[in-house]
Design a binder for this molecule. Structure first.
Ligand SMILES: Nc1ncnc2c1ncn2[C@@H]1O[C@H](COP(=O)(O)OP(=O)(O)OP(=O)(O)O)[C@@H](O)[C@H]1O
Length: 332
């Protein structure tokens, strides 16, 4: 029997329902994450990364709905799970690490209160045993003097330390998949590198799969095996990280390559793009390419035809661009 991927997403669609219109914000996304794989999702602010993660966890805010697609964990559909089953799945199987670590904590409760309550909510154990587990995992993520730390309040810790605490809480539940949504964005440069190195260690030591979300291709390059580039609610290019570095084909991927941080590899020549128009996110459903308004290589065909994904190689590299070949020539 063929081995199932840990997570499989097929044709995911999410919309925002407003008074008299429906705005598609995630359009027909498909991807798979194998056990122990780090899958990167990269794209600029507002392209739909967070709503994609939240739909995987059945946590979409009011007014935002999943309207299509299948999500399977170990080959089993999660659609229609009862609320209690979703609660178990979140934490026990999939843990979420968000952008701003401070916002994950209640300011008037200690780190120990947060840690132990989470463990107990997932039926792990009594308070004494939960405390021992908390100390063990805080030490494993490199936080010294864990017993003292459990008595401290969130404001007494730096952003980098709080993000480590969140990772420790997640790991203590032994999830199969960690969704890390911009886990380093709110941190200083040194803490960013440390948290990425910690996630790499977590994958090595625990075999945990990671869905790593970032607006920065440099962050993705440091950790991920494969990457999907998202623009206006769609994937525009997908490949192994090494392939996308060797041959970035979509003009938007090329602009991300040039904008990446020093955490990744050296910059190349900068491509200038027009800013994203507010309406652009819904363009994917029109007959034009959603990127046409910003693309330095736009042709008349791009304004008439929405490009379909084109396979580039046999190891999963594909691109959604009518002019991918000429765009590449500009960058190299
Ligand atoms: N609660 C909400 N109500 C209305 N619109 C929303 C809500 N959350 C997100 N959106 C809109 O949906 C689109 C996708 O948002 P999403 O947060 O997924 O983007 P993102 O890529 O994660 O960006 P960022 O990196 O800034 O979080 C954006 O246009 C955003 O304005």
């Amino acid at each position: 029997m063929m081995k199932q991927p840990l997570l499989s997403v097929e044709g995911l669609e999410v919309v925002i329902r407003q008074k008299n219109k429906v705005v598609p914000v995630v359009q027909k996304l498909s991807f798979q994450i194998e056990q122990g794989e780090v899958f990167g999702l990269v794209g600029e602010s507002g392209c739909g990364k967070t709503l994609t993660c939240l739909s995987l966890l059945n946590l979409l805010p009011a007014g935002i709905h999943k309207t299509g697609g299948d999500i399977c964990l170990d080959g089993k559909a999660v659609e229609g799970l009862a609320a209690e089953k979703w609660r178990q799945l979140r934490g026990d199987r999939i843990a979420l690490i968000m952008q701003n670590p401070m916002s994950a904590f209640d300011a008037i409760r200690t780190i120990g209160d947060h840690f132990i309550e989470t463990l107990r909510a997932h039926g792990k154990t009594d308070t004494k045993a939960a405390t021992a587990i908390a100390v063990e995992y805080l030490e494993r993520v490199g936080l010294p003097d864990a017993s003292l730390l459990l008595r401290q309040y969130p404001f007494e810790l730096s952003g980098g330390m709080l993000q480590r605490v969140i990772i420790a809480i997640a790991l203590a539940q032994k999830p199969d998949l960690i969704i890390a949504d911009e886990p380093t964005t709110a941190l200083d440069a040194t803490s960013q590198v440390q948290i990425l190195d910690l996630l790499a260690e977590v994958r090595r030591e625990f075999g945990t799969s990671i869905l790593l979300i970032s607006h920065d291709l440099g962050v993705i390059a440091r950790l991920a095996d494969s990457v999907a580039v998202m623009y206006g609610g769609q994937f525009v290019e997908q490949a192994a990280v090494a392939d996308i570095y060797a041959q970035p084909l979509h003009p938007y991927t090329q602009s991300l390559m040039n904008a990446r941080s020093s955490i990744g590899l050296p910059r190349r020549k900068r491509l200038s793009l027009l800013p994203m128009a507010a309406t652009e996110i819904s363009n994917g459903l029109t007959s034009a390419c959603g990127f046409a308004g910003r693309c330095p290589h736009v042709s008349s065909a791009c304004r008439e035809t929405a490009p379909s994904p084109v396979k580039v190689n046999t190891s999963g590299h594909w691109v959604r661009c009518l002019n991918a070949g000429s765009a590449q020539a500009e960058v190299v």
